[in-house]
Design a protein around this ligand. Sequence first.
Ligand code: GLC
Length: 570
Amino acid sequence: MTSLKWWQTAVFYQIYPRSFADGNGDGIGDFKGITEKLDYLSSLGIDALWLSPHFPSPNWDCGYDISDYTDVAPEYGTLEDFKTFLTESHKRNIRVILDLVLNHTSDEHPWFLESKSSRDNPKADWYVWVDTPPNNWQSCFDGDAWTYAPERGQYYYHYFMKQQPDLNWHNLEVRQAMWDAVRFWLDLGVDGYRLDAIGTIFEDPNLTPHTVPMNLVELRRFSETAQTDEEKKLKDQYWQDMFKRQLGQPGVHELMKELRAIIDEYDGDRLLVGEDDNIDYMGDGKDELHLVFNFPLANTNRITPTHISQNQKERIARLNQLAFKGWACNTLGNHDRSRIYTNYGDKIHDAELARLNAALVLTLRGTPFLYNGEEIGMTDYLLPHISQVKDTMGSWYYHTIVTEMGVDPEEAIVRTAEMTRDKNRTPMQWSSKPNAGFSPEDVETWLPINPNYKAGINVHDQEHNPDSLLNYYKHLLKIRKAAPALIEGDYIPLHETAEEYFAFLRKSEKQSVLIVLNYSEKRLELNFSKELTDKKLHTLFTSGVRSQVSRATEKLTIAPFEVFMAEVRA
Ligand code: GLC
């Protein structure tokens, strides 16, 4: 296993700083809190953290609108607190990567304040300015993509909210300034970056208008009300057509090369992982990104054996075709997506499906990324009142459909609660104490706590229950660490057309492991004798009761929803 880099063997865990742990009792997560929870993370068995933005921000997009790239948001602590957190993480052999937002800054960043102050200031060209909106482009969060700045009498472009103006990456000074910020944190010892929304950095130079007969709010509404298959197909087409001139444009590869060269000046194999599923961003294996996410695996409402099998066939084949044999990176949840437990549940077997999906991400070939709270089965929490909504793309949508489209406020809040990302960002549930042990009892937390913390969905209760989801994750993480095939082994699909279960081998020089994930409520009798001739199965892990059932390759009994892993030996 020695030839692999640390980011190939590691399991990552995403921390959403605002919601992870509140160390000073003000209702908002912070570095003191995160540092106090490092022993918890060690005991969970993860190896690296991805921290969502921790920089000063007016929080129009929960930290993804940065007003200072080289400091810590005061509500999260000080730079000293950050350094303590980093040192303490490294002491526990936990690496830390930060979030790097390249496409845009906050509209309160000094660069933008200066840029918008006049047409001839030194930073006049640092953002994307035009005299009049040249096209009908939309922002993916809040309507028109061009917003007027009276100080200049001009419009600026923003792919996200109007408080997130796009930087002009054609300007070399912009690059220099951002690379300085990148070095600042690398100098402090961080282990790399997750690159935010890289596909949005450049726009079509011809500014070609989109052809969708709707604006953003109308398209969102149309998507919500689409009933027939035809309407559903049309809405997918519209989403693609609306933004295709604003995404994935030329220029990103060169930029990634520049960034990679900087990262490589540092020792310790620092990592770049892109928020994109385009494998081309891995360049020649040495000159762009180390990893891109396998989002297509997650982009479904139902994880089924057929879906996984298809996904792996496409992704692994493409990675293997690359001269450098690209490394996969799998995830099912993050701060932008409905929680795994809710999203992929069927409302009857949610608990079983959550276990299967955890096993899936932790056994597929590639680096797994987990999202804080998934290990205890946190679910989406739909906010009942518009006053509680913090994700401003959600409140913008609510007010627009109520005031401009006449949608009934009662329906509007239901729709908004579903679409905002607040639902999957509620505070981490640490115990069954008031406020889920996240904040002291009398404090109002920044987002409401999901009340299900009282029903066992919290760390403390689950630590004391051997059958809990948390202990299941811990167990799986231990198995993974001890099984070289699960880390470095090739992926070999078995019984590819099976619709009820997903079976595969992970095979390295040292070891071969069979994994069977039964996504059905049926008890299965499987025969692997053809694929595993003269071999025996030695159980590594099972979520079923296995004492009286067969383990022979020609007659392997698998219980409903069972996760089964066995070492294949002569
Ligand atoms: C990325 C982030 C998301 C953010 C957006 C704009 O997609 O994951 O949370 O809103 O970029 O920065």
